[in-house]
Write a protein that binds this ligand. Structure first.
Ligand code: DGL
Length: 266
């Protein structure tokens, strides 16, 4: 393929900006097209067929923008449709599962690892399968957290009492498991990282975007230019309040000049 000139990054919405933020922090000279399917988020409560159909449209849009490789910055799509997308399209496509699992195994002393994610992600068992492939003696627990994405998208602060209560309720599922590491299997969740860490202070929470950003050079032949990264932002619905939150919390992406796309055309 030669040096990658244009990288496509997509998510069901704007959670993938947490991945892009890490990718931009640890790499330079990238020309990125980001697509957030804000008209159809959340994907995590839909069927595999619907998620795959949406993801295929997202990839076709990115192809129309001339990308040569794709990074799926969405846990739900990575866990449910990565093989299907790799079969349907000939360009290189990577997801967040592998890097997330490797980082979790590195961080964990006890090899007792939790996974939090959307319903579709947890039901896929994709993270858990990969962890056991890499380390057969590892023990895993998946906990679905369907209220996290709506809380984040609707601007509930990480320390809002409702956020705190929801975090406490979901994380209580790990009581008695002895997990020392939990993968934030949904790319929205790093917005809640501080709250999660406060509720389980002895546990390492793995940010899958951070985990994969270091290894991106092994996945793709990235330019060595050292020039600033350039990102074009596209969404399928009008600018949402979540974009303001993204700008407030993320330091390496600006998320400005967002253009709207009619995703039904793809
Ligand atoms: N950021 C997506 C993920 O990683 C959001 C979930 C959704 O659309 O439900 O799973």
């Amino acid at each position: 393929m030669g040096t990658l000139k244009r990288l496509g990054v997509f998510d069901s919405g704007l959670g993938g900006l947490t991945v892009l933020n890490e990718v931009c922090k640890y790499n330079s000279g990238l020309d990125v097209v980001y697509f957030g399917d804000t008209a159809r988020v959340p994907y995590g409560s839909r069927t595999v067929e619907t998620i795959t159909r949406y993801a295929e449209q997202d990839v076709r849009f990115l192809l129309s923008q001339g990308v040569q490789a794709i990074l799926i910055a969405c846990g739900t799509v990575s866990t449910n449709c990565l093989p299907a997308l790799q079969k349907s399209f000939s360009l290189p496509i990577v997801g967040v599962i592998d890097a997330g699992c490797q980082a979790a195994l590195q961080a964990s002393r006890t090899k007792r690892i939790g996974v939090i994610g959307t319903r579709a992600t947890v039901n896929s068992h994709a993270y858990e399968r990969r962890i056991r492939e890499l380390c057969p003696e590892a023990k895993t627990w998946g906990v679905e957290c369907p209220l996290f994405v709506p809380l984040i998208e609707n601007g509930f602060a990480p320390d809002d009492p409702i956020t705190e209560m929801t975090v406490e309720r979901y994380l209580s599922a790990f009581q008695g498991t002895g997990v020392d590491t939990v993968i934030m299997g949904c790319t929205h969740y790093p917005f809640l990282a501080n709250t999660l860490e406060r509720h389980m202070p002895d546990v390492t929470f793995v940010n899958v975007g951070k985990a994969l950003s270091f290894g991106l050079r092994q996945d793709f032949d990235l330019p060595e230019s050292g020039a600033p990264n350039q990102v074009s932002y596209f969404v399928s619905d009008e600018d949402t309040g979540f974009l303001d939150i993204a700008r407030r919390y993320l330091d390496a992406v600006s998320a400005d000049n967002v253009q709207k796309v009619n995703i039904d055309q793809f």
